[in-house]
Design a protein around this ligand. Structure first.
Ligand code: NAD
Length: 364
């Protein structure tokens, strides 16, 4: 049963799993910024395994700051999405209309060392979430997938018809692929499901206020936060994994996308749910369609920050590919969405966040 108050249906809610994390927090911000009145509530569930909460606070820092930026309230529950009972209580408390599912473990290297933990969290968690959705009659799901599902590109740009699941090298990448396969099977078995799997390319940048951003625990796995931490003096130099790839300057080329553009893509994807006859499983790329090399990123960040970025070329990293960038035609067509932020915006916003918050969300 959906919760009601005195027979009146409560405000519809968007349930955001992992909403305290990097992409989730920016998406929550954009959803609230786009809302003029009280059209829907935002309900975040997160186990805080990769989000920081200050001592004595109920909500993680990212959500506390979003409430300040937007002057709106976020409902927050600290829970693990594998805990079906805790998750059920959220569905019983709020009138959940749709779910945006970010919660996952995401460190590629760590996933090779801890495959069971990754499969359990990412696949087990997703199954528990979808079982709970079905139990409460909620069938609209937006899933955070990744361009990782394409493996080694057979052609570029990577369009959604490119094969997936071939030659995947990490349990993380496989978990994203397996989840998509499960979602496809589920939507074949029951036509009520409306599932949009957004295949992100490389999210970077931060909210333009510089108040929220990516705050990786330990040494960053991704290029942009690594560069930013070198620029701010937290790390001494950038390690560049290989300069002998078949790319113009020999370093790896990726399609970087500003996290605010990515967030807007989710808002646009939600509008698809309202289209008459829309159902089934749909995979859609979210990228810019343009690739930049590691050394181009270093140069752009240096220009945006005015800081020197010392770097050292070391050997290739296992599992890395030379080049990837997206075909953006389907996202234009289906979502009416395209990335508008430039490489300069990505670097300037990352630098604003990093320089204002050298220790991330921790104040000291
Ligand atoms: N950032 C990227 O480069 C990237 C690229 C492609 C896809 N993705 C996907 O996007 C999603 C969000 O990524 P992100 O960069 O924001 O990661 P993140 O780690 O910043 O955010 C994930 C959030 O989920 C929470 N979480 C993890 N496991 C949970 C569980 N079992 N129950 C409840 N909460 C849990 C964490 O505490 C964290 O706040 C992930 O699914 C990730 O695989 C990210």
């Amino acid at each position: 049963m959906k919760p009601t108050e005195n027979g009146i249906t409560m405000t519809p809610a968007i349930l955001v799993t992992g909403g305290a994390g990097y992409v989730g927090s920016h998406t929550v911000t954009t959803l609230l910024e786009r809302q003029s009145g009280q059209e829907f509530e935002i309900v975040v569930v997160d186990n805080l395994s990769n989000a920081y909460r200050s001592e004595g606070q109920k909500k993680p820092e990212s959500l506390r700051i979003i409430e300040e930026i937007t002057n709106k309230t976020i409902h927050f529950y600290e829970l693990d999405i594998r805990d079906a009972d805790a998750l059920s209580k959220v569905f019983e408390t709020h009138n959940v209309e749709c779910v945006i599912h970010f919660a996952a473990l995401k460190a590629v290297g760590e996933s090779v060392e801890k495959p069971l933990e990754y499969y359990q969290a990412n696949i087990g968690g997703t199954c528990t979430l979808m079982e709970t959705m079905r139990k409460y009659g909620v069938f609209k799901l937006i899933y955070s997938s990744s361009c990782t599902v394409y493996g080694e590109p057979e052609r570029l740009p990577l369009d959604e018809g490119h094969p997936t699941g071939r030659g995947l090298t990490s349990p993380y990448g496989k978990s994203k692929y397996f989840c998509e396969e499960i979602m496809k099977d589920l939507s074949i078995s029951d036509k009520k499901w409306k599932i949009i799997s957004l295949r992100y390319f490389n999210p970077v940048g931060a909210h333009r206020s510089g108040r929220i951003g990516e705050d990786p625990a330990g040494i960053p796995n991704n290029l942009m936060p690594f560069i930013a931490q070198v620029a701010v003096g937290r790390l001494s130099e950038l390690k560049v994994f290989g300069n002998d790839y078949p790319t113009p300057d020999g370093t790896g080329v990726r399609d970087y996308i500003h996290v605010e553009d990515l967030a807007e893509g989710h808002v646009k994807a939600m509008k698809l749910f309202q289209q008459p006859g829309f159902s089934g499983f749909h995979a859609i790329n979210l990228g810019t369609g343009t690739g930049y090399s590691v050394l181009e990123m270093v140069a752009a960040f240096k220009a945006a920050s005015g800081k020197d970025i010392p770097y050292r070329i070391i050997g290739r990293r296992a599992g890395d590919i030379a080049t990837n960038y997206s075909d953006v035609a389907l996202s234009h067509k289906l979502l009416g969405w395209r990335a508008v932020k430039t490489l300069e915006d990505m670097c300037a916003d990352t630098w604003r966040w990093q320089s204002k918050n050298p220790n991330g969300f921790k104040t000291s």
